[in-house]
Design a protein around this ligand. Structure first.
Ligand SMILES: O=C(O)CCC(=O)C(=O)O
Ligand SMILES: [Fe+2]
Length: 298
């Protein structure tokens, strides 16, 4: 679901600088949420775009959206643009940082010597949920594209997790409901609950509800029993079968409802070591927590 910003709204937003935000612990402060909302909702059509965005993320069949903010990215300074995108994000849920040492927005650059399958690696980044091993993963994960891979790789991939689960056999689903899965380390994180280890991929909710707590990265990096690994591999294959893919353009803002969709990224093009670090692909990542009492993320 791609959402364009009407020209008149772009023009209004360019003339409407937002103040710096404040944090309350690792969350965007309520006062900043209200201030941004007040500033932005007087702009004609902003409310309408925010409603379209929420519907794309939580309505029937929805689960992700790409806001096309490229013209605004070009027209505004980095600081002003980042505040504006934070304002859009705050219309969906509360921005927060699970990583105490990082600011609200975290850089995802390209590191040629990192595990290629992990965040900021150069290889295929398999379907996953972010912060999968916390008892409360972020309700939304969001990625803002600053720079493309100049060599042409890095297509984003998304897949409807519940649709993939629905295509599995009952036996596989039963295995995925067992607390037999684990992935990664859990250290010094805020706002995502406790470490969950081991965890079930399916939590026994009704079809279409609950998290599909999954990362295909566990297939290579976690010790799993044969039967559990086979069921997880089937799910990974169904996710690929149902995937959509597109190349994020500079200024595109991808928001993923983690209760519904899993995400990943195709490999960057070979030859990243020949690209100067400052010219490599760059995304900025921000996580969102659904507002208290707002059951709509699920
Ligand atoms: O590089 C990308 O497009 C996705 C990165 C990602 O999913 C992550 O770092 O969690
Ligand atoms: Fe991710």
């Amino acid at each position: 679901m791609f959402i364009d910003i009407p020209r008149e709204l772009e023009a209004d937003l360019i003339d409407r600088p937002l103040p710096p935000w404040e944090l309350d612990g690792s969350f965007l402060a309520q006062s900043s949420l209200e201030e941004y909302r007040t500033e932005l909702t007087v702009t004609p059509r902003f409310k309408e775009i925010a409603a379209t965005l929420r519907l794309a993320l939580t309505g029937e069949g929805g689960g992700y959206a790409v806001l096309r903010l490229g013209n605004l990215a070009k027209a505004l300074s980095d600081v002003r643009f980042r505040r504006l995108v934070t304002g859009f994000a705050a219309e969906v849920a509360v921005p927060f940082s699970p990583f105490p040492r990082w600011p609200l927005w975290k850089d995802i650059g390209v590191k040629v010597d990192k595990d290629p399958g992990k965040s900021s690696g150069i290889g295929y980044n398999a379907f996953h949920m972010d912060l999968v091993n916390g008892t409360r993963p972020p309700d939304y994960t969001t990625l803002l594209c600053v720079r493309l891979d100049p060599l042409g790789g890095g297509t984003s991939i998304l897949s409807d997790a519940h649709a993939a689960v629905a295509r599995l056999s009952e036996d596989s689903r039963a295995l995925l409901e067992e607390s037999a899965y684990h992935y990664g380390t859990f250290f010094d994180l805020f706002g995502v609950g406790e470490e969950y280890k081991p965890f079930p991929i399916l939590d026994g909710s009704a079809p279409g509800a609950g998290f599909v707590r999954f990362t295909a990265k566990m297939l290579e990096r976690s010790e799993l029993s044969q039967a559990h690994a086979d069921a997880a591999r089937e799910l990974a294959e169904e996710l690929v079968r149902g995937q959509v893919s597109f190349m994020l353009q500079p200024g595109d803002y991808l928001i993923v409802n983690q209760h519904r969709f899993l995400h990943g990224r195709e490999a960057l093009h070979s030859g990243q070591d020949t690209v100067p670090v400052a010219e490599r692909r760059l995304l900025l990542q921000l996580f969102l927590r659904a507002k208290a009492g707002d059951g709509s993320a699920a």
